[in-house]
Design a protein around this ligand. Structure first.
Ligand SMILES: C[S@@+](CC[C@H](N)C(=O)[O-])C[C@H]1O[C@@H](n2cnc3c(N)ncnc32)[C@H](O)[C@@H]1O
Length: 276
């Protein structure tokens, strides 16, 4: 039987993850997926004045999409510099978004604080999935809504992460779950459990674009913290091998035939209502 990592192993994974996400500048990649947050906020029907929490908000895509609909929004993440980008983006648009540094596995809010709890490609990366899921449910008010997105197992993101993972500097911790499991309805049902009703999911597709697959790898190793962390620890031969493998992986999904990259990127949109 598989055992869960011990609390100190989860703490170590969280510490490493925070350091990785702080590398580069994820805001550059996040800005490409504004459409995902806009679609989620429309689907979950955010109303003006509702209290909305964006968990693992990064530079605030979901927070901003909710604020554009007139919600009162708080954005949390464990990388403060990304939250500062969210605040700057909000200011440029004349929107108000509160920011608060927080680990998704220990949200600093009383039970039932928010009408809507969102996370776009965010909470899926918390190491202790059961705890992170229970935090989403806990801070949502009874009959409030939870809206999430996660990359599916057959997405270009999942393949790229699996490829990069083979070059990762740390051996996997026994019992640790893959973030990509959040991209399957059965797993999310299990995680959110009886805390929610009306869980429904939809498989949607966004796109990843670049001048070429190789240019995209260069972009990711510069700006996407976890990818940068892996590259930074390899010698030049290893870096070239990883760059080639990642470019090949992207090319498998590429629908462009002019040398550029336009890769459809499949994700699961999850919506649930907190049990009353
Ligand atoms: C792929 S980015 C997505 C960011 C943003 N939600 C978006 O849609 O652009 C993942 C984000 O999750 C954050 N994150 C990962 N694990 C976290 C944790 N345990 N607690 C808080 N934030 C976390 C990272 O710092 C990063 O900003």
């Amino acid at each position: 039987m598989e055992t869960n990592p011990a609390p100190e192993e989860f703490a170590l994974m969280t510490q490493r993850a925070r350091a990785m996400w702080a590398l580069g500048d994820f805001a550059r990649a996040g800005a490409e997926q504004v459409i995902v947050a806009e679609l989620l906020c429309r689907a979950i029907d955010i109303h003006p004045g509702e209290r909305v929490l964006d968990v693992a908000a990064g530079s605030g895509n979901a927070a901003l999409a909710a604020a554009r609909r007139g919600a009162r929004v708080t954005a949390t993440d464990f990388v403060p510099q990304l939250l500062h980008v969210a605040a700057r983006r909000a200011a440029v648009e004349g929107l108000v978004v509160e920011i608060e540094e927080a680990d998704a596995q220990a949200l600093p809010f009383p039970d039932g604080t928010f009408d809507v709890v969102l996370s776009t490609f965010g909470v899926m990366f918390a190491p202790d999935q059961a705890r992170a899921a229970s935090e989403l449910v806990r801070v949502c008010r009874p009959a409030g809504r939870i809206g999430l997105t996660a990359w599916t197992p057959r997405s270009v993101m999942a393949s790229s992460q699996a490829t990069a993972g083979r070059f990762a500097p740390f051996p996997p911790i026994r019992g640790a779950r893959s973030p990509i499991e959040w991209g399957t309805e059965a797993h999310v049902r299990e995680l959110l459990g009886s805390g929610v009703t009306d869980l429904n999911t939809q498989v949607l597709t966004t796109e990843m674009c670049a001048a070429s697959p190789a240019a995209r790898v260069e972009f990711n190793r510069t700006y996407v913290g976890p990818t940068k962390a892996i590259f930074d620890r390899l010698d030049p031969t290893g870096q070239q091998a990883l760059a080639n493998e990642l470019a090949d992986c992207l090319q498998k999904y590429n629908r462009a035939t002019d040398g550029t990259l336009i890769a459809p990127a499949e994700y699961l949109q999850i919506m649930a209502t907190k049990a009353a």
